[in-house]
Design a binder for this molecule. Structure first.
Ligand SMILES: [Zn+2]
Length: 334
């Protein structure tokens, strides 16, 4: 359980142990979470590399890569979350992010696999510019970000995908300055990140004209709940550590992270740590998990990476800048 005791210490060693235990402990919960295994591995790898602790002692590279490649779904030409699972865009992005951390050239994939991946991802885009998560047809701006980011990691982001994707994102922008899952749906902080983040990857932040950057940033700033200092995802909701990432990354992309009280946010994240067994929870005194551990640590990196001796995180890709600095956001003409 996390402790609500005020603290300005990041219990890094405990968190590393917590993450290693998640990966090695084949508990009942582990098998229940098969559909999230690839995402979970990405959260673990990202938390470790941000803490400058991704190495063969914490998480053997060979095992990680072997697991990722074992989730390849040959029928659809992309990655599932678990061996024998159907491919999905979410597990495909997590797989590519993990592989990219180990080798920016993605040499573990064959040329044919890369071509199949591009075909799979582009095949999920609908005529209105939106993306489905898989062939079952659910549409969500989250899948737009995921597809755009994955194509960018493959260096295959092209204008035929970008133009309709930008149109769709802009139709999901609400009058209040928030973004929804689909046009007309309620504003939600995670949707702000996926929409603004996708625009950043596509180098199209310039479509946010007039007062739009301010309006979006105002809505995001209102997510800070006082006196705790944590962020919520929607008005009237409780604060939650994962929104530290969704909200602050978006404000960072828009150059307005100073619009919120970063010191109070930092205090909130640190108060959600379990100082005994490690890990970070959504709120003080709740059960810790790998998802909130990842986004608590990446949130602290956004606030002040040098203070906690963390690697500097890229707010657009949610990977360390040491990894993303060589990324070409657009496919270059050969
Ligand atoms: Zn959460």
């Amino acid at each position: 359980m996390a402790s609500s005791t005020a603290s300005d210490t990041l219990h890094k060693e405990k968190h590393i142990t917590f993450i290693i235990d998640q990966e090695s402990n084949r508990s009942y919960e582990y098998w229940l979470s098969e559909h999230l295994r690839m995402n979970g591995l990405y959260w673990g790898v990202t938390a470790l590399i941000t803490m400058k602790s991704l190495n063969d002692t914490t998480l053997p590279q060979e095992d990680v890569i072997k697991y990722v490649l074992s989730c390849w779904d040959d029928r659809f030409g992309a990655f599932g979350s678990f061996p024998e699972h159907d491919a999905h865009i979410l597990s495909t992005l997590s797989a590519l992010q993990i592989l990219k951390i180990y080798d920016s050239g993605l040499s573990m994939l064959t040329k044919d696999q890369k071509q199949q991946l591009v075909k799979f991802i582009k095949g999920l885009q609908l005529p209105n510019g939106s993306f489905q998560g898989d062939r079952f047809g659910e549409v969500d701006t989250r899948f737009t970000y995921t597809a755009v980011s994955a194509l960018s990691l493959l260096d295959e982001l092209t204008v035929d995908v970008v133009d309709p994707a930008v149109d769709f994102i802009m139709r999901c922008l609400n009058f209040d300055g928030g973004f929804g899952l689909v046009p007309g749906s309620e504003s939600h902080a995670a949707q702000a990140f996926v929409c603004v983040g996708a625009l950043a990857i596509m180098d199209r932040l310039n479509v946010l004209t007039h007062d739009l950057p301010e309006r979006i940033s105002s809505w995001l700033s209102e997510r800070q709940v006082l006196p705790s200092g944590g962020f919520n995802g929607r008005p009237e909701k409780l604060p939650d550590v994962c929104y530290s990432w969704w909200v602050l990354s978006t404000l960072s992309i828009l150059g307005r992270s100073h619009w919120v009280d970063l010191y109070k946010l930092e205090g909130f994240i640190l108060s959600c740590q379990d100082p005994v067994y490690g890990g970070i929870s959504d709120r003080p005194d709740n059960q810790t998990d790998i998802y909130h551990t990842c986004f608590g640590i990446t949130g602290l990196s956004l606030i002040d990476h040098s203070k906690f001796d963390l690697d500097e995180i890229d707010p657009v890709y949610c990977m360390p800048k040491s990894v993303t600095k060589g990324f070409r956001k657009w496919k270059q003409d050969e």
